[in-house]
Design a protein around this ligand. Structure first.
Ligand code: CO8
Length: 261
Protein backbone atom coordinates (compact mmCIF):
# COMPACT_ATOMS: atom_id res chain seq x y z
CA UNK A 1 0.00 0.00 0.00
CA UNK A 2 1.36 3.45 -0.82
CA UNK A 3 0.63 6.61 1.12
CA UNK A 4 0.85 10.33 0.34
CA UNK A 5 1.91 11.47 3.82
CA UNK A 6 3.76 8.42 5.18
CA UNK A 7 6.64 6.20 4.18
CA UNK A 8 6.01 2.73 5.54
CA UNK A 9 8.65 0.02 5.53
CA UNK A 10 6.82 -3.14 6.55
CA UNK A 11 8.27 -5.24 7.97
CA UNK A 12 11.47 -3.19 7.90
CA UNK A 13 13.44 -6.36 8.62
CA UNK A 14 13.18 -10.10 9.29
CA UNK A 15 12.64 -9.45 12.99
CA UNK A 16 9.13 -8.13 12.28
CA UNK A 17 9.68 -4.43 12.86
CA UNK A 18 7.77 -1.87 10.80
CA UNK A 19 9.11 1.66 10.43
CA UNK A 20 6.60 4.44 9.72
CA UNK A 21 7.95 7.86 8.75
CA UNK A 22 5.72 10.91 8.76
CA UNK A 23 6.37 12.54 5.41
CA UNK A 24 5.12 16.09 4.92
CA UNK A 25 8.53 17.78 4.67
CA UNK A 26 7.17 21.13 3.44
CA UNK A 27 5.05 21.51 6.58
CA UNK A 28 7.47 20.05 9.16
CA UNK A 29 5.22 16.96 9.23
CA UNK A 30 2.22 18.93 10.49
CA UNK A 31 -0.66 16.54 11.13
CA UNK A 32 -3.58 16.97 8.75
CA UNK A 33 -6.70 14.86 8.20
CA UNK A 34 -5.05 12.94 5.39
CA UNK A 35 -2.02 12.03 7.49
CA UNK A 36 -4.13 10.85 10.42
CA UNK A 37 -6.37 8.84 8.10
CA UNK A 38 -3.33 7.21 6.50
CA UNK A 39 -1.74 6.55 9.89
CA UNK A 40 -4.96 4.79 10.96
CA UNK A 41 -4.83 2.68 7.78
CA UNK A 42 -1.15 1.80 8.35
CA UNK A 43 -1.93 0.76 11.93
CA UNK A 44 -4.87 -1.37 10.75
CA UNK A 45 -2.55 -3.13 8.30
CA UNK A 46 0.15 -3.64 10.95
CA UNK A 47 -2.38 -5.00 13.45
CA UNK A 48 -3.70 -7.50 10.90
CA UNK A 49 -0.25 -8.75 9.85
CA UNK A 50 1.12 -11.48 12.15
CA UNK A 51 4.63 -10.86 10.77
CA UNK A 52 4.62 -7.38 12.34
CA UNK A 53 5.68 -7.54 15.98
CA UNK A 54 6.66 -3.94 16.78
CA UNK A 55 6.44 -0.48 15.19
CA UNK A 56 8.70 2.55 15.18
CA UNK A 57 7.07 5.90 14.37
CA UNK A 58 9.40 8.70 13.34
CA UNK A 59 9.57 11.97 11.43
CA UNK A 60 12.50 13.76 9.84
CA UNK A 61 15.75 15.12 11.26
CA UNK A 62 14.11 18.54 11.54
CA UNK A 63 10.74 17.60 12.92
CA UNK A 64 8.89 14.63 14.33
CA UNK A 65 5.78 16.79 13.80
CA UNK A 66 5.32 20.53 14.37
CA UNK A 67 1.72 20.11 15.48
CA UNK A 68 -1.68 19.86 13.92
CA UNK A 69 -1.88 21.59 10.53
CA UNK A 70 -2.76 25.17 11.46
CA UNK A 71 -3.57 26.06 7.85
CA UNK A 72 -6.14 23.23 7.62
CA UNK A 73 -7.77 24.19 10.94
CA UNK A 74 -7.71 27.96 10.92
CA UNK A 75 -11.04 28.66 9.16
CA UNK A 76 -13.07 25.80 10.58
CA UNK A 77 -16.25 26.47 12.51
CA UNK A 78 -17.26 24.78 15.75
CA UNK A 79 -19.93 22.82 13.84
CA UNK A 80 -17.34 21.52 11.35
CA UNK A 81 -14.88 20.52 14.08
CA UNK A 82 -17.62 18.79 16.06
CA UNK A 83 -19.29 17.05 13.10
CA UNK A 84 -15.96 15.69 11.80
CA UNK A 85 -14.88 14.76 15.35
CA UNK A 86 -11.71 16.47 14.19
CA UNK A 87 -8.60 14.32 14.73
CA UNK A 88 -10.25 12.23 17.41
CA UNK A 89 -10.55 9.12 15.26
CA UNK A 90 -6.82 9.10 14.44
CA UNK A 91 -5.85 9.57 18.08
CA UNK A 92 -8.24 6.83 19.20
CA UNK A 93 -6.77 4.42 16.65
CA UNK A 94 -3.33 4.78 18.24
CA UNK A 95 -4.78 4.48 21.76
CA UNK A 96 -6.43 1.21 20.74
CA UNK A 97 -3.41 -0.20 18.88
CA UNK A 98 -2.45 -3.42 20.70
CA UNK A 99 1.07 -3.98 19.37
CA UNK A 100 4.00 -2.01 20.77
CA UNK A 101 4.83 1.30 19.10
CA UNK A 102 7.93 3.37 19.82
CA UNK A 103 8.19 7.08 18.96
CA UNK A 104 11.66 8.04 17.67
CA UNK A 105 11.74 11.83 17.96
CA UNK A 106 14.25 14.21 16.38
CA UNK A 107 13.69 17.96 16.06
CA UNK A 108 10.31 19.52 16.84
CA UNK A 109 7.56 17.54 18.57
CA UNK A 110 5.09 20.35 19.15
CA UNK A 111 1.38 20.52 19.87
CA UNK A 112 -0.28 17.52 18.21
CA UNK A 113 3.25 16.23 17.42
CA UNK A 114 4.12 16.06 21.12
CA UNK A 115 0.71 14.48 21.77
CA UNK A 116 1.27 11.92 19.01
CA UNK A 117 4.64 10.96 20.55
CA UNK A 118 2.98 10.61 23.97
CA UNK A 119 0.31 8.34 22.46
CA UNK A 120 3.08 5.87 21.59
CA UNK A 121 4.28 3.36 24.20
CA UNK A 122 7.56 5.14 24.85
CA UNK A 123 9.69 7.85 23.35
CA UNK A 124 13.36 7.64 22.38
CA UNK A 125 14.64 11.15 21.70
CA UNK A 126 17.52 12.43 19.61
CA UNK A 127 19.65 15.07 21.33
CA UNK A 128 18.08 17.55 18.87
CA UNK A 129 14.52 16.90 20.07
CA UNK A 130 12.33 19.77 21.31
CA UNK A 131 8.99 19.08 22.97
CA UNK A 132 6.27 21.62 23.54
CA UNK A 133 2.56 22.40 23.69
CA UNK A 134 2.52 25.89 22.11
CA UNK A 135 -1.24 25.92 21.35
CA UNK A 136 -1.72 28.77 23.83
CA UNK A 137 0.14 31.03 21.36
CA UNK A 138 -2.66 30.34 18.86
CA UNK A 139 -5.42 31.07 21.35
CA UNK A 140 -6.31 27.40 21.74
CA UNK A 141 -5.21 24.36 23.76
CA UNK A 142 -3.93 20.82 23.21
CA UNK A 143 -6.72 18.69 21.70
CA UNK A 144 -5.52 15.09 21.56
CA UNK A 145 -4.62 14.49 25.17
CA UNK A 146 -1.78 16.94 25.86
CA UNK A 147 -3.22 18.55 28.99
CA UNK A 148 -3.79 15.10 30.51
CA UNK A 149 -0.84 13.03 29.30
CA UNK A 150 1.89 15.67 29.67
CA UNK A 151 0.74 16.27 33.24
CA UNK A 152 0.91 12.57 34.01
CA UNK A 153 4.38 12.31 32.44
CA UNK A 154 6.10 15.38 33.90
CA UNK A 155 3.90 16.49 36.82
CA UNK A 156 1.64 19.50 37.31
CA UNK A 157 4.19 22.27 37.70
CA UNK A 158 6.19 21.63 34.55
CA UNK A 159 3.12 20.72 32.47
CA UNK A 160 1.29 23.85 33.60
CA UNK A 161 4.27 26.07 32.79
CA UNK A 162 4.74 24.53 29.34
CA UNK A 163 1.04 24.64 28.45
CA UNK A 164 0.42 28.18 29.74
CA UNK A 165 3.61 29.76 28.36
CA UNK A 166 4.23 27.55 25.29
CA UNK A 167 7.86 27.01 26.40
CA UNK A 168 9.68 24.12 24.72
CA UNK A 169 11.74 21.48 26.55
CA UNK A 170 14.97 20.20 25.07
CA UNK A 171 15.85 16.51 25.05
CA UNK A 172 17.93 16.58 28.25
CA UNK A 173 15.11 18.25 30.20
CA UNK A 174 12.58 15.83 28.71
CA UNK A 175 14.67 12.90 29.91
CA UNK A 176 15.08 14.37 33.41
CA UNK A 177 11.34 14.99 33.58
CA UNK A 178 10.47 11.42 32.56
CA UNK A 179 8.85 12.32 29.23
CA UNK A 180 11.31 10.21 27.22
CA UNK A 181 12.89 6.87 28.07
CA UNK A 182 16.35 7.98 26.88
CA UNK A 183 18.29 10.39 24.68
CA UNK A 184 20.66 9.27 21.91
CA UNK A 185 22.84 11.04 19.36
CA UNK A 186 20.73 12.26 16.44
CA UNK A 187 22.64 10.17 13.90
CA UNK A 188 21.97 7.03 15.95
CA UNK A 189 18.26 7.63 16.57
CA UNK A 190 16.76 5.23 14.03
CA UNK A 191 19.40 2.57 14.69
CA UNK A 192 18.72 2.72 18.46
CA UNK A 193 14.94 2.75 18.05
CA UNK A 194 15.06 -0.21 15.64
CA UNK A 195 17.36 -2.10 18.03
CA UNK A 196 14.87 -1.61 20.87
CA UNK A 197 12.02 -2.61 18.55
CA UNK A 198 13.87 -5.77 17.46
CA UNK A 199 14.43 -6.71 21.09
CA UNK A 200 10.66 -6.39 21.70
CA UNK A 201 9.86 -8.20 18.43
CA UNK A 202 11.88 -11.19 19.63
CA UNK A 203 9.74 -11.63 22.77
CA UNK A 204 6.47 -13.51 23.02
CA UNK A 205 3.94 -11.24 21.24
CA UNK A 206 1.23 -12.38 23.65
CA UNK A 207 3.31 -11.50 26.71
CA UNK A 208 4.24 -8.17 25.08
CA UNK A 209 0.58 -7.25 24.49
CA UNK A 210 -0.38 -8.18 28.05
CA UNK A 211 2.53 -6.23 29.55
CA UNK A 212 1.54 -3.20 27.45
CA UNK A 213 -2.07 -3.44 28.60
CA UNK A 214 -1.01 -3.57 32.23
CA UNK A 215 1.36 -0.60 32.10
CA UNK A 216 -1.41 1.39 30.39
CA UNK A 217 -3.84 0.30 33.10
CA UNK A 218 -1.58 1.96 35.67
CA UNK A 219 -2.80 5.32 34.30
CA UNK A 220 -6.47 4.38 34.36
CA UNK A 221 -7.07 2.49 37.57
CA UNK A 222 -6.27 2.26 41.28
CA UNK A 223 -3.14 0.51 42.55
CA UNK A 224 -5.03 -2.41 44.10
CA UNK A 225 -7.16 -2.97 40.97
CA UNK A 226 -4.08 -2.77 38.75
CA UNK A 227 -2.16 -5.23 40.91
CA UNK A 228 -5.14 -7.62 40.91
CA UNK A 229 -5.33 -7.39 37.08
CA UNK A 230 -1.61 -8.06 36.89
CA UNK A 231 -1.89 -11.20 39.06
CA UNK A 232 -4.72 -12.59 36.87
CA UNK A 233 -2.85 -11.95 33.65
CA UNK A 234 0.39 -13.31 35.13
CA UNK A 235 -1.41 -16.57 35.95
CA UNK A 236 -3.07 -16.63 32.51
CA UNK A 237 0.30 -16.51 30.72
CA UNK A 238 0.83 -20.10 31.92
CA UNK A 239 -1.81 -21.15 29.39
CA UNK A 240 0.50 -20.22 26.51
CA UNK A 241 3.19 -22.36 24.85
CA UNK A 242 5.43 -19.27 24.89
CA UNK A 243 5.70 -19.43 28.70
CA UNK A 244 6.78 -23.09 28.53
CA UNK A 245 9.27 -22.25 25.77
CA UNK A 246 10.69 -19.19 27.60
CA UNK A 247 11.28 -21.05 30.85
CA UNK A 248 12.53 -24.25 29.14
CA UNK A 249 15.03 -22.19 27.13
CA UNK A 250 16.37 -20.62 30.33
CA UNK A 251 16.81 -24.03 32.00
CA UNK A 252 18.42 -25.50 28.85
CA UNK A 253 20.72 -22.45 28.48
CA UNK A 254 19.54 -21.60 24.93
CA UNK A 255 17.69 -18.74 23.24
CA UNK A 256 13.88 -19.01 23.33
CA UNK A 257 11.90 -19.22 20.12
CA UNK A 258 8.50 -17.63 20.76
CA UNK A 259 5.63 -18.50 18.42
CA UNK A 260 2.81 -16.33 19.76
CA UNK A 261 0.80 -19.31 20.97
N1 CO8 B 1 0.81 23.66 10.65
C1 CO8 B 1 0.97 24.00 9.35
N2 CO8 B 1 2.15 24.34 8.79
C2 CO8 B 1 3.23 24.34 9.59
C3 CO8 B 1 3.15 24.02 10.97
C4 CO8 B 1 1.87 23.65 11.49
N3 CO8 B 1 1.67 23.27 12.77
N4 CO8 B 1 4.38 24.13 11.52
C5 CO8 B 1 5.20 24.51 10.51
N5 CO8 B 1 4.52 24.65 9.35
C6 CO8 B 1 5.03 25.06 8.03
C7 CO8 B 1 5.30 26.56 7.99
O1 CO8 B 1 4.12 27.26 7.75
C8 CO8 B 1 6.31 26.64 6.87
O2 CO8 B 1 5.62 26.53 5.64
P1 CO8 B 1 5.88 27.65 4.48
O3 CO8 B 1 7.34 27.46 4.12
O4 CO8 B 1 4.92 27.23 3.40
O5 CO8 B 1 5.61 28.97 5.09
C9 CO8 B 1 7.12 25.34 7.02
O6 CO8 B 1 6.30 24.45 7.80
C10 CO8 B 1 8.43 25.55 7.78
O7 CO8 B 1 8.13 26.19 9.01
P2 CO8 B 1 8.87 27.55 9.49
O8 CO8 B 1 9.30 28.36 8.31
O9 CO8 B 1 7.98 28.21 10.48
O10 CO8 B 1 10.16 26.92 10.18
P3 CO8 B 1 11.02 27.54 11.37
O11 CO8 B 1 12.23 26.67 11.48
O12 CO8 B 1 11.19 29.00 11.21
O13 CO8 B 1 10.10 27.33 12.69
C11 CO8 B 1 8.67 26.09 14.18
C12 CO8 B 1 9.80 26.03 13.13
C13 CO8 B 1 9.14 26.79 15.44
C14 CO8 B 1 8.28 24.64 14.49
C15 CO8 B 1 7.46 26.86 13.58
O14 CO8 B 1 7.16 26.31 12.29
C16 CO8 B 1 6.21 26.80 14.39
O15 CO8 B 1 6.10 27.49 15.38
N6 CO8 B 1 5.23 25.96 13.98
C17 CO8 B 1 3.94 25.86 14.63
C18 CO8 B 1 4.03 25.09 15.94
C19 CO8 B 1 2.67 25.04 16.61
O16 CO8 B 1 2.08 26.05 16.97
N7 CO8 B 1 2.13 23.82 16.79
C20 CO8 B 1 0.84 23.62 17.40
C21 CO8 B 1 -0.24 23.57 16.35
S1 CO8 B 1 -1.88 23.43 17.03
C22 CO8 B 1 -1.99 21.81 17.52
O17 CO8 B 1 -1.10 21.03 17.35
C23 CO8 B 1 -3.28 21.38 18.17
C24 CO8 B 1 -3.32 19.86 18.32
C25 CO8 B 1 -4.67 19.37 18.70
C26 CO8 B 1 -5.59 19.21 17.52
C27 CO8 B 1 -6.63 18.18 17.78
C28 CO8 B 1 -8.02 18.66 17.44
C29 CO8 B 1 -9.10 17.81 18.13
Amino acid sequence: MSYETLIVETPADAAGVTLIRLNRPDALNALNSRLLEELSQALDAAEADDAVRCLVLTGSERAFAAGADIKEMSDKTYAEMFAADFFTKGARRIEQFRKPIIAAVAGYALGGGCELAMLCDFIIAADTAKFGQPEINLGVMPGIGGTQRLTRFVGKSKAMEMILTGRMMDAAEAERAGLVSRVVAADKLIEEALAAARKIAGQSPLAVMMNKELVEAAYETTLSTGVAMERRLFHSLFAFEDQKEGMAAFVEKRKPHFKGR
